[in-house]
Design a protein around this ligand. Structure first.
Ligand SMILES: [Zn+2]
Length: 188
Protein backbone atom coordinates (compact mmCIF):
# COMPACT_ATOMS: atom_id res chain seq x y z
CA UNK A 1 0.00 0.00 0.00
CA UNK A 2 1.31 3.40 -0.99
CA UNK A 3 2.01 5.80 1.82
CA UNK A 4 2.60 9.54 1.88
CA UNK A 5 5.78 10.94 3.37
CA UNK A 6 4.84 13.69 5.81
CA UNK A 7 7.36 16.43 6.55
CA UNK A 8 7.28 19.09 9.19
CA UNK A 9 7.24 22.67 8.06
CA UNK A 10 11.06 22.74 7.96
CA UNK A 11 11.22 19.75 5.63
CA UNK A 12 12.17 17.07 8.18
CA UNK A 13 10.33 13.80 7.65
CA UNK A 14 8.33 12.79 10.69
CA UNK A 15 5.90 10.08 9.65
CA UNK A 16 4.75 7.74 6.91
CA UNK A 17 1.04 8.48 6.55
CA UNK A 18 -1.62 6.05 5.42
CA UNK A 19 -3.57 7.47 2.49
CA UNK A 20 -6.67 8.08 4.63
CA UNK A 21 -4.68 10.14 7.12
CA UNK A 22 -3.08 12.17 4.32
CA UNK A 23 -6.47 12.83 2.74
CA UNK A 24 -7.88 14.07 6.02
CA UNK A 25 -4.94 16.44 6.48
CA UNK A 26 -5.53 17.74 2.95
CA UNK A 27 -9.28 18.09 3.57
CA UNK A 28 -8.58 20.20 6.67
CA UNK A 29 -6.26 22.47 4.71
CA UNK A 30 -3.24 21.37 6.69
CA UNK A 31 -0.92 20.75 3.75
CA UNK A 32 1.49 23.71 3.62
CA UNK A 33 3.39 22.57 0.56
CA UNK A 34 4.00 19.40 -1.39
CA UNK A 35 6.66 17.86 -3.59
CA UNK A 36 6.62 15.29 -6.35
CA UNK A 37 6.22 15.01 -10.08
CA UNK A 38 3.46 12.43 -9.83
CA UNK A 39 0.09 13.38 -8.49
CA UNK A 40 -1.83 10.67 -6.68
CA UNK A 41 -5.57 11.01 -7.21
CA UNK A 42 -8.09 9.52 -4.81
CA UNK A 43 -11.86 9.44 -5.07
CA UNK A 44 -13.94 10.48 -2.10
CA UNK A 45 -17.67 10.52 -1.37
CA UNK A 46 -20.46 11.75 -3.64
CA UNK A 47 -21.66 15.30 -3.06
CA UNK A 48 -25.44 15.34 -2.47
CA UNK A 49 -25.95 18.73 -4.07
CA UNK A 50 -24.14 18.09 -7.32
CA UNK A 51 -24.13 14.29 -7.49
CA UNK A 52 -20.44 14.45 -8.31
CA UNK A 53 -17.81 12.31 -6.70
CA UNK A 54 -15.23 14.34 -4.83
CA UNK A 55 -11.60 14.08 -5.87
CA UNK A 56 -8.50 14.50 -3.73
CA UNK A 57 -5.11 14.96 -5.35
CA UNK A 58 -1.95 14.57 -3.31
CA UNK A 59 1.75 14.64 -4.07
CA UNK A 60 3.88 11.83 -2.60
CA UNK A 61 5.65 14.21 -0.18
CA UNK A 62 3.64 16.70 1.87
CA UNK A 63 4.65 19.24 4.50
CA UNK A 64 2.12 19.89 7.21
CA UNK A 65 1.30 23.35 8.43
CA UNK A 66 1.80 24.17 12.12
CA UNK A 67 3.98 21.09 12.53
CA UNK A 68 6.88 22.69 14.39
CA UNK A 69 6.28 20.55 17.46
CA UNK A 70 6.40 17.34 15.46
CA UNK A 71 10.04 17.87 14.51
CA UNK A 72 11.01 17.37 18.13
CA UNK A 73 10.22 13.69 17.90
CA UNK A 74 13.43 12.21 16.64
CA UNK A 75 12.72 8.68 15.45
CA UNK A 76 16.40 7.95 14.86
CA UNK A 77 17.15 8.58 18.51
CA UNK A 78 15.14 5.48 19.31
CA UNK A 79 17.08 2.34 20.19
CA UNK A 80 17.25 -0.39 17.53
CA UNK A 81 14.54 -2.26 19.43
CA UNK A 82 13.84 -5.95 19.33
CA UNK A 83 13.02 -6.14 15.67
CA UNK A 84 16.14 -6.91 13.66
CA UNK A 85 14.69 -5.77 10.34
CA UNK A 86 16.05 -2.23 10.54
CA UNK A 87 19.45 -3.45 11.72
CA UNK A 88 19.76 -5.93 8.85
CA UNK A 89 18.66 -3.28 6.38
CA UNK A 90 21.15 -0.77 7.80
CA UNK A 91 23.95 -3.30 7.30
CA UNK A 92 22.58 -4.52 3.95
CA UNK A 93 22.41 -8.09 5.22
CA UNK A 94 26.20 -8.31 5.36
CA UNK A 95 27.94 -10.01 8.29
CA UNK A 96 30.22 -7.49 10.00
CA UNK A 97 32.86 -10.18 10.64
CA UNK A 98 33.15 -12.35 7.53
CA UNK A 99 31.62 -9.97 5.00
CA UNK A 100 29.27 -12.59 3.63
CA UNK A 101 25.84 -11.52 2.47
CA UNK A 102 23.57 -14.22 3.82
CA UNK A 103 19.86 -14.87 3.88
CA UNK A 104 17.95 -13.01 6.59
CA UNK A 105 17.05 -16.21 8.38
CA UNK A 106 20.75 -16.90 9.02
CA UNK A 107 21.45 -13.40 10.32
CA UNK A 108 21.66 -12.39 13.96
CA UNK A 109 22.12 -9.24 16.02
CA UNK A 110 25.59 -9.19 17.52
CA UNK A 111 26.45 -6.93 20.44
CA UNK A 112 30.01 -5.74 19.80
CA UNK A 113 30.61 -5.44 23.52
CA UNK A 114 28.52 -8.39 24.74
CA UNK A 115 25.48 -7.60 26.85
CA UNK A 116 26.74 -9.90 29.60
CA UNK A 117 29.73 -7.56 29.86
CA UNK A 118 27.75 -4.36 30.01
CA UNK A 119 27.34 -3.73 26.28
CA UNK A 120 24.20 -1.74 25.52
CA UNK A 121 21.50 -2.44 22.97
CA UNK A 122 22.15 0.76 21.04
CA UNK A 123 22.82 1.39 17.36
CA UNK A 124 26.53 1.99 17.95
CA UNK A 125 26.97 -1.37 19.74
CA UNK A 126 25.05 -3.66 17.40
CA UNK A 127 25.96 -5.14 14.04
CA UNK A 128 24.59 -7.77 11.73
CA UNK A 129 26.41 -11.09 12.03
CA UNK A 130 25.86 -14.51 10.49
CA UNK A 131 25.09 -17.28 12.96
CA UNK A 132 28.48 -18.86 12.46
CA UNK A 133 30.42 -15.67 13.29
CA UNK A 134 28.14 -14.82 16.19
CA UNK A 135 28.73 -18.24 17.79
CA UNK A 136 32.44 -18.08 17.08
CA UNK A 137 32.77 -14.63 18.65
CA UNK A 138 30.70 -15.74 21.64
CA UNK A 139 30.99 -13.61 24.77
CA UNK A 140 34.08 -11.72 23.63
CA UNK A 141 34.86 -8.33 22.14
CA UNK A 142 36.10 -8.25 18.52
CA UNK A 143 39.64 -7.63 19.84
CA UNK A 144 39.57 -10.62 22.16
CA UNK A 145 38.10 -12.83 19.46
CA UNK A 146 40.52 -11.46 16.83
CA UNK A 147 37.53 -10.74 14.65
CA UNK A 148 37.86 -7.12 13.52
CA UNK A 149 34.74 -5.32 12.35
CA UNK A 150 34.54 -4.87 8.58
CA UNK A 151 32.32 -1.81 8.94
CA UNK A 152 31.49 0.71 11.61
CA UNK A 153 28.03 0.68 13.16
CA UNK A 154 26.12 3.95 13.33
CA UNK A 155 22.76 5.32 14.36
CA UNK A 156 20.64 5.98 11.27
CA UNK A 157 19.86 9.67 10.79
CA UNK A 158 16.29 10.84 10.33
CA UNK A 159 16.40 10.48 6.54
CA UNK A 160 17.89 6.99 6.69
CA UNK A 161 15.31 6.00 9.27
CA UNK A 162 12.52 6.80 6.82
CA UNK A 163 14.18 4.84 4.03
CA UNK A 164 14.66 1.88 6.37
CA UNK A 165 11.07 1.96 7.60
CA UNK A 166 9.45 2.64 4.24
CA UNK A 167 7.59 0.04 2.26
CA UNK A 168 7.09 0.56 -1.48
CA UNK A 169 8.76 3.96 -1.40
CA UNK A 170 7.76 6.06 -4.41
CA UNK A 171 10.43 7.56 -6.66
CA UNK A 172 9.70 11.14 -5.54
CA UNK A 173 9.91 10.10 -1.88
CA UNK A 174 13.17 8.22 -2.38
CA UNK A 175 14.66 11.18 -4.27
CA UNK A 176 13.77 13.53 -1.41
CA UNK A 177 15.26 11.26 1.28
CA UNK A 178 18.30 10.08 -0.68
CA UNK A 179 19.39 13.64 -1.48
CA UNK A 180 19.75 14.28 2.26
CA UNK A 181 21.71 11.23 3.36
CA UNK A 182 25.10 11.62 5.03
CA UNK A 183 28.07 10.41 3.01
CA UNK A 184 28.74 7.43 5.33
CA UNK A 185 25.25 6.05 4.74
CA UNK A 186 24.95 2.48 3.53
CA UNK A 187 21.20 2.36 3.04
CA UNK A 188 21.25 3.20 -0.66
ZN1 LIG B 1 29.92 -14.08 9.30
Amino acid sequence: MTRILALDIAGNPFRWLEIEQAISYAACGKVAWEIGADELVFRGGICRATGERSRVALRPVIALARSEAMARHMPHALPPGHDNTLLFRRDRGICAYCGEQVDTKHLTRDHIVPRARGGKDVWSNVVTACRHCNMKKACRTPDEARMPLLYVPYAPCRFEHFILTGRRILADQMAYLAARLPTHSRVM
